[in-house]
Design a binder for this molecule. Structure first.
Ligand SMILES: *Cc1c(COP(=O)(O)O)cnc(C)c1O
Length: 398
């Protein structure tokens, strides 16, 4: 058993004191403070019960059936059409998909989207990964890196003339910084990692060429798939490189992925459960009012979290610039006297999970996923639970 580093000096006789510690996992949060659902992770994230019901229902017609036949192709078509509508895409845009998640898309992009040289805006763990993939790819030039400290993002500027792809990140999940997407000057493709943003933050398709993501964040699905909304210019780039003689592994070939996607298929077998969960979430978003509704909902969650932290004596929003503060991933620094490790352990003992900060950031911090599936009122409950835990840790054993 690990005991809290929070100690209380309890007077025994006169000047003699003894330090008693609280085991965080012994703290019981009163049930009237608890959220309706305790999943606040940043991916995998809360899956709604209705999605799981859709999965159970799909056992009669979709699960366990061929992805080359009409029922599954219909499902893929429904996902593609639903995303087209959700993002308000014009004719000529294509929704692509393939196996492997956003991480795999970085490798695929080095083969099938970067012509000669890419530029990367790096401001956290995820944005650095695509830059690393580009730097290690022998068939393209050294990438240009524009960097800023964690908790901020770099300003968008015109890229050098030899850059043909600009890589942006809509929401840096490791730090809780979101970026307003804007096309820089020039005609480089604008390729956006929207893994934790897609479906929860606003964007304007005219400012972007590729908007890619995985389904286990705002879309409340499961991992293992990547999706990418591609502008006509992006489709043209994929065809241009695809018809050239650059070697690429078939499973990372975006030209093959595009051929399959427009036929409502994937190059190899997809996880059907992931597609079913995703399709159900897209339908839920559309039925409630589409992307604007989702954005309103995540903003409402975020305002509950950040206003609590701003008023708190021991919690502070990590991202200082309110314009860069994400409404889908909230990062909250705690005072040194309040170890996040203990707070998380106490929350977990009460079935409130995945509020840990990003491990490599190394801060005394909580991180909260506020994707559309999360009830804004549950964010208010979460803050009340944190307050309860912190006061219980400070008071010592009952
Ligand atoms: C989660 C995440 C990824 C990685 O997604 P995988 O599905 O695990 O490959 C990449 N970028 C961002 C911004 C993310 O939040």
């Amino acid at each position: 058993m690990r005991f809290s580093s929070t100690t209380l000096a309890a007077g025994l006789r006169g000047d003699e004191t003894v330090h008693v510690t609280v085991d965080p996992s012994s703290i019981i949060i009163p049930s009237d403070l608890l959220p309706s659902d305790g999943r606040f992770g940043c991916g995998p994230s809360k899956v709604r019960a209705e999605q799981v019901l859709a999965l159970a229902k799909a056992n009669s017609n979709l699960l366990g059936t061929s992805h080359r036949q009409a029922p599954v192709k219909h499902l893929v078509g429904s996902v593609r059409e639903g995303l087209h509508e959700l993002f308000g895409l014009r004719k000529g845009w294509e929704i692509m998909l393939g196996n492997g998640g956003a991480t795999t898309f970085w490798d695929a992009a080095t083969f099938g989207l970067v012509r000669e040289r890419s530029q990367h805006y790096v401001f956290g763990e995820f944005s650095s990964k695509f830059a690393e993939a580009a730097a290690s790819a022998p068939h393209i030039g050294d990438p240009v890196i524009v960097q800023s400290d964690p908790g901020t993002h770099p300003a968008i500027e015109a890229p050098p003339a030899d850059v043909d792809l600009v890589a942006l990140t809509h929401n840096e999940t490791s730090t809780g910084v979101s970026m307003h997407l804007r096309r820089p000057e020039g005609d480089a493709l604008v390729v956006v990692d929207a893994t934790s943003a897609a479906g929860g933050l606003p964007w304007v398709p005219d400012e972007v060429d590729v908007y890619y993501f995985s389904p286990q964040k705002c879309f409340a699905g499961d991992g293992g798939l990547w999706l990418a909304a591609c502008s006509p210019a992006a489709v043209e780039r994929i065809r241009e490189i695809g018809h050239g003689d650059r070697w690429r592994p078939a499973s990372l070939d975006l030209n093959l992925a595009l051929d399959n996607s427009v036929a409502n298929q994937t190059y190899n077998t997809p996880a059907l459960g992931t597609l079913i969960l995703l399709d159900e979430q897209i339908k839920w978003m559309l039925a409630n009012g589409g992307l604007d509704w989702c954005i309103e909902r995540t903003r409402s969650s975020a305002s509950r979290l950040y206003s609590w932290a701003e008023a708190s004596s021991y919690a502070t929003p990590f991202v200082a610039d309110t314009m860069q503060r994400s409404s889908v991933v909230g990062t909250i620094d705690l005072a040194d006297t309040v170890p996040a490790h203990d707070v998380n352990a106490a929350l977990r003992a009460n079935r409130i999970v995945d509020t840990e900060s990003y491990r490599k950031l190394g801060r005394n911090q909580l991180r909260v996923g506020m994707f559309p599936a999360v009830e804004p009122d549950d964010i208010a409950c979460l803050t009340a639970c944190i307050d309860h835990v912190v006061s219980a840790l400070a008071q010592g054993p009952a």
